[in-house]
Design a protein around this ligand. Structure first.
Ligand code: FES
Ligand SMILES: [Fe+2]
Length: 424
């Protein structure tokens, strides 16, 4: 057997460009699963998806199947979806409520918290068989921040705090749109499986350059205020930001403040149409802070590597292969805000569904990107846009740039290179 040569990632990720093979080479994909998804932190789900004891939901971390459960002690667990007998996938159902998981192969049975309940004909297992040692395995590290569940499949390595860093504020911004300070992801997930490399999604999601072109039909349909967006020549003073750690943002707050009115991020719905929401926000946060939240709206940001805070939607991705990915979307419902939620559902249907205005454009672009990259020349993708005008914002201390600049892509790749250059 030949010796597998390791890939020199330093030669493939440069400050102003990346090599096309990073999107197409199965060996790169395999390294990514190991170094980014299996050794690092990533988003798995949300506590509101398993609100009651016995609730469970299947997920995947990189290529490894897991189950999020609400255990009898009311704690959220993330368990490997693998029977401790001979490895059968213990749970095939997408989600539900149960007291036990029964392995379909030989009938070993586990409680919803993972503890072993029993095995058929236990006598044959020998007298030292210890049921308490044979429960489903928990993921080595689990952290929940304001309902967002993150996991890391490596027992050692960077702490959750150092992984999330300053980007914690982006999760706060999302949750603080709710007068109860909590979001709810129970509306159900739209899933799109398509032929593109997983990195196309985080790269595209905070790319301000494509919007007026790839989403031209949407931009023609929206109101005049929105139609001027993403174009600094038309006065858009939105900002792209590098939050560190590969976390990136398109921040429209400055532009919304310029308009002086709340809910520009929500199609400009008049505040008078959501009186209870406005009153409850003022009650919780005080008049000034409530006004700030309602003007600035929820974040539009990537939490590296797989979570997209998509304003009034939450999205994440599951990588399948170098050429395939599954993207999940759900409306970000706000606890204590039925007036907002009723509209949010309609907005999600209009923007994110398979026949909608927004997401199919992005999926098409991702697939076409993948098709184009099958051509061997030119070898590189150009990411220089804004390199000469990015700056450190004195207020936030974050590297920032104009709305259409590729600082977000460069920030993503900076973190990528650091993780991928680690020894295997
Ligand atoms: S593999 Fe699960 S009971 Fe045998
Ligand atoms: Fe887009």
């Amino acid at each position: 057997m030949g010796v597998q040569k390791s890939i020199a990632y330093e030669g493939l990720v440069r400050p102003d460009r990346v090599h096309g093979s990073l999107y197409t080479n199965p060996a790169v994909f395999s390294d990514e699963m190991d170094r980014i998804f299996h050794k690092g932190w990533s988003f798995v789900g949300h506590t509101s998806e398993v609100p009651d004891i016995g609730d469970f939901r299947r997920r995947q971390i990189g290529l490894q199947p897991v189950i999020i459960t609400r255990a009898p002690d009311n704690e959220v667990r993330v368990l490997f979806n693998r029977c401790t007998h001979r490895g059968n996938m213990i749970c095939a159902k997408e989600s539900g409520n149960t007291a036990t998981f029964v392995c379909p192969y030989h009938g070993w049975t586990f409680g919803v918290g993972g503890e072993m309940r029993g095995v058929p004909q236990q006598g044959g297992m020998g007298k030292d068989f210890d049921k308490s040692a044979m429960g489903l395995a928990n993921v080595p590290r689990l952290q929940i921040y304001r309902g967002f569940i993150f996991a890391c499949l490596a027992a050692e390595g960077p702490s959750f705090d150092s992984y999330l860093g300053k980007a914690r504020k982006l999760l706060d911004r999302a949750c603080d749109m709710s007068p109860d300070g909590e979001i709810d992801l129970s509306a159900g997930w739209l899933k799109h499986r398509f032929h593109a490399n997983w990195k196309m999604l985080p790269e595209n999601n905070t790319d301000g350059y494509h919007v007026n072109v790839a989403h031209a039909s949407l931009m023609r349909a929206v109101n005049a205020f929105s139609a001027q967006a993403f174009d600094e020549e038309k006065g858009d003073n939105s900002v792209t930001r590098d939050w560190g750690g590969g976390h990136t943002e398109l921040d429209f707050a400055a532009r919304y403040h310029q308009s002086g009115r709340p809910f520009q991020w929500f199609g400009g719905v008049p505040a008078a149409k959501m009186p209870d929401y406005v009153a409850r926000m003022e009650q919780t946060y005080g008049k000034d802070m409530a006004q700030k939240h309602m003007i600035e709206g929820p974040p539009h940001a990537i939490i590296f590597p797989n979570l997209f805070l998509a304003e009034l939607n939450i999205s994440f991705l599951i990588p399948v292969s170098a050429n395939e990915v599954i993207q999940y979307y759900t409306p970000m419902l706000l606890k204590g805000a039925p007036e907002v939620n009723a509209r949010a559902l309609r907005q999600t249907e209009g923007a994110m569904g398979p026949g909608s205005f927004l997401l199919p454009d992005d999926a098409c672009m991702a697939e076409r990107n993948q098709l184009g990259l099958a051509a061997q020349s030119p070898e590189w993708l150009d990411l220089r846009r804004g390199l000469e005008r990015e700056y450190t914002d004195p207020e936030t201390g974050l590297l920032s740039s104009a709305v259409s600049d590729e600082i977000t892509n460069r920030s993503f790749w900076k973190e990528y290179l650091q993780l991928m250059s680690q020894a295997a």
